[in-house]
Write a protein that binds this ligand. Structure first.
Ligand code: SF4
Ligand code: SF4
Length: 371
């Protein structure tokens, strides 16, 4: 099997770019430095399995090549819900509009791995992963020429912009590596300037602890107060740095139906979302990346967004949520009521404080009651 035969096979499965790298990443030292700085925040799985990222052969013995496959995901924008106003419309990162990319991309990667094993008569092994094993995907994507690492730390491709997922197939098959892509960021700083929380301490360095994607998806506990206002109406992820990149002007919308926006994005405003029960959450977000946040995380984020809306029509649902079983939701609902203010909000907060048993929620209520 030649590299071209393999690439043609993978492209026929719907991948937009398929290229080949050797088995050793070039930026492990940089990654290790990033961890030492604590920029990964609470994503301990990154530090715990850092050593395994030193080489693809840690994941597959005798690995010789890493095949990197990119699949574009940006879809045409859905119409907004018939919300009371724009501030009550939830903002969701584009990658989470449709089905979970792990499921969609895995289907193609499994076929590539099976193709390699079949074509070699079982002499070559292959292992696929899409964020499912410790490997420096972006490093291999850059080495193979799928794209270059932009100042926003994501991979950019001149044809696809930055709206694509990466998957890799590690194999014992010795394939000739492709040439890396050159960097075309030049003197541009648009992504860095666009970040609402100043999450880039330097170009090409992300402090995840300040990033809204981390704060709304990966962080499991309370969102630090200093970032809540900057979150705006984002309830799952943030696209500002990606959206700002001028290379996206060439990006073509995805044709993969699984990435098209789900219907709820066109119907549900923040107030409706805030009323979702555990069972409704399970049904509505089955097979969606949003299930990662769980109901408690999503409603935490929605409460922050409602606080930022400053819309008094959000007060009744936030008052209801002062009685939610989850302290995380009660505490953020209290913050939101404090932001919106008014007699009804203050009365509910005062009553809430009398019956609240959780110390952290009590603190949130007391803060919210401060003039
Ligand atoms: S995703 Fe948003 S918050 Fe995170 S670095 Fe990009 S612009 Fe900043
Ligand atoms: S916005 Fe500019 S600096 Fe940032 S990744 Fe795109 S081209 Fe590079």
């Amino acid at each position: 099997m030649t590299p071209d035969e393999l690439k043609t096979y993978a492209q026929n499965l719907g991948f937009d770019e398929v290229r080949i790298a050797g088995p050793s990443p070039k930026t492990w030292g940089r990654f290790s430095e990033w961890l030492k700085n604590g920029f990964h925040g609470e994503m301990r799985y990154l530090a715990d399995r850092a050593e395994e990222r030193r080489s693809a052969s840690r994941l597959l013995e005798s690995a010789r090549s890493v095949i990197v496959a990119a699949k574009r995901y940006t879809a045409v924008d859905p119409p907004s819900p018939p919300s009371l106003n724009e501030a009550l419309t939830p903002a969701v990162s584009r990658y989470a509009w449709g089905d979970d990319y792990h499921d969609v991309v895995a289907g193609g990667l499994k076929k590539i791995a099976a193709y390699i094993e079949d074509q070699s008569g079982g002499r070559s092994q292959a292992r696929w992963c899409v964020d499912t094993a410790p490997i420096l995907e972006k490093d291999f994507a850059a080495q193979s020429g799928v794209g270059w690492v932009g100042k926003h730390t994501n991979i950019l491709n001149r044809r696809l912009g930055n709206w694509f997922f990466l998957g890799v197939v590690i194999t014992t098959l010795d394939l000739k590596p492709d040439a890396p892509a050159s960097n075309h960021c030049g003197s541009c700083t648009r992504c860095l300037d666009a970040c609402p929380t100043r999450a880039f301490p330097a170009p090409y360095v992300l402090d995840a602890r300040r990033c809204i994607s981390y704060l709304t998806i990966e962080l499991k506990g309370p969102i630090p107060r200093e970032f809540r206002k900057a979150i705006g109406r984002r309830i799952f992820g943030c696209d500002d740095c990606l959206q700002a990149c001028p290379w996206n002007r060439f990006a073509i919308p995805a044709q993969e139906a699984g990435f098209f926006p789900r219907p709820w994005l066109q119907t549900d405003d923040l107030i409706q979302l805030m009323r979702i029960t555990e069972e409704q959450f399970r049904i509505q977000f089955k097979g969606s990346p949003i299930k990662r946040a769980k109901r408690r995380g999503l409603l935490r984020n929605a409460a922050v967004a409602l606080g930022n809306s400053r819309d008094p029509r959000a007060v009744p649902v936030l008052v209801e949520k002062l009685d939610d079983a989850e302290p995380l939701i009660r505490g953020h609902a209290a913050w939101a009521l404090g932001e919106i203010g008014g007699d009804q909000a203050r009365k509910a907060l005062t009553l809430g404080l009398e019956k609240e048993k959780d110390g952290w929620v009590q603190d949130e209520i007391q803060e919210a009651l401060l003039p």
